[in-house]
Design a protein around this ligand. Sequence first.
Ligand SMILES: [Zn+2]
Length: 275
Amino acid sequence: MPELPEVQTVVTTLRPKVVARTIMGVRHLRADIVSPTGFGLAASITGRAVRSIDRRAKRIIFTLDDGNRFYIHLGMTGRLTVEPDTAAVEKHTHLICDLSDGAVGGIQLRFRDPRRFGGIFWLGIESDDEAALGPEPLSVKPVQLAQRLARTTRAIKNALLDQRVIAGLGNIYVDESLFLARVHPLTRSDRLSGGQVRRLNKAIKQTLRRAIRHRGSTLRDYVDADGAGGAFQLMHRVYDRADEPCVTCGMKIKRIVLGGRSTCFCPKCQKKNHG
Ligand SMILES: [Zn+2]
């Protein structure tokens, strides 16, 4: 599932191809992937230029030249790519926008999502839809993170997956960050020491920056706007490495199920807190 580094990579690769171009027409739209239900997306974006593309949490936010905004969420299997209009249209493609062509011929923005956990969400000009989102992990301050974690008794792994606590992390980067910070995933959030929160804050930022440099992790479906996969999956230290040796101490990586999600950690490097 695309998390912050993958979504950031999609945004970075979309920008040079899409910003300042005009959406000349919406060629294909599966209406039930648009929220709110029944919203006339095609009529609202046709003829508009894309002013900017930004990331907030795992959302890809498009701002149009009339100030209206919408975002695309990639869900589990979503792909947002820019392709020549001559490229074969793959199954499960839910949106195709013709973009004004420069010297290079017709190109299209395409959104494909076989499992349809993703979607297109209209924001308009006023709505910011921010209420459900916590701060960005790359810019959250240690004291801010400490305050948010102190408010919950949940296991730290579950708290970090909650987009209202901190927005943009998922299973891969939470497991990797907890390993780097040497924090056991079952530690109660409100019982983390000051030192542990500081280490965690640093570990989250380091892990995400490193993943962004390597263009994210491709496990199955994820590709950037150019259709290229990431390379960070080769650098995972605990995620999906159950029973393999810890890169630090050689101990077998353990896998548990927590809140319905697979969780991998090193029982030696990530000791449980006492008391
Ligand atoms: Zn270890």
